[in-house]
Write a protein that binds this ligand. Sequence first.
Ligand code: SF4
Length: 408
Amino acid sequence: MASKRQIRVGGVLIGGGAPVAVQTMTKTETADLHATMDQISRVADAGADIVRVAVPRDRDVEALKEIVRDSPIPVIADIHFNYTLALKALDAGAHCVRLNPGNIGGPDKVAQVTARATELGTPLRVGVNSGSLPAHLRQLEYDNPVEALVSAAVETVALMERLDFRNFKVSMKSTSVPNTIAANRLLAERIPYPLHLGVTEAGTKWSGSLKSAVGLGTLLADGIGDTIRISLSTFHAEEEVKVAWEILKALKLRERGPVLIACPTCGRLQFDMDSVVAEVERRLQAYEDPIEVSVLGCAVNGIGEARHADFGITGAKDMGMIYSRGEPLKKVPTDRLVDELFAEIDRYYEAGKTVVRDEARAAEARQWLSENEDSTALTPERIAAMEKAAARLHEDASPVAGRRFTRA
Ligand code: SF4
């Protein structure tokens, strides 16, 4: 249920079926050009499609002109309370201006902003926040916070339409995950405009990432949401971008860089998998292709569970194995696992994305696998073989099963 309408922020399409855009917000004082541009460059490298900067003072507007000129990604100016700053941000060339029509000084002031945005062809992001709903919705907020949030958003949309302005996206922020989910589900049914999703003040990197993954992930899995921002209490905005990407990658909504799969480990583990996974994750950052790499702590279940992985390793005490798409490639000493894994990955790219298999080494690895996997474990391959054998047995035993009947 992507939004029906689409807008364009700089070169990035939002809504109307466009890929879900990743946003973040700089944590620097915007007027500190050096620090702000440095952070924008880091979030762009991490994969942000769009960046938002706070514009609370005139000196931030001054900086905004240079930021818009030099930023590698579109820039949204974040304005509260002061409509003249919104006008100045539009004139400074911001690719979009975010404002909350409820705190900007009344419809007349909003009208001045939409008029200027129309002249310049610049979109707006309009939104409501659970912490600052209009006075007439306070009782409803107490009785039904979700309906209050949605009503405030619908009223904002109605105001925009009365002003004959439709080049906007909408956001509805709440600190509550259930309310974020319920409110956005309702709003997506009521308006055709693109939705920006976020759980506001989500928390630390750990808890905030989880809250955002649950809240935004639920909505995105339903097809709701056209752009997302993960709000984390960290000065490193690129961390927000990385979390956003993990959510989109987990839902297979977008691809960016390799996907690492790792088993959770258990009492069967015989090597230092923590460091191996960390090292594999670190080295994979140098690759842009969305290859899937798997790390299994042991070969108890064979490698069937990772049969979709382009490359993977499974370890044991002294020896481990490199495999590709469910087939062994070679066995190597455990302390060489990571280096040999990346040697195979690089060979794959050098050969034009073809897995290069040395049959003698693969046979050696197969032998190692058969000695190390648990012969009693019910791997998917073994279950399939058992089912096949059972079906054959049934056919042999039954006088009718498996026979073809034809009409006389
Ligand atoms: S792959 Fe091995 S070590 Fe990892 S969780 Fe499964 S049984 Fe445990």
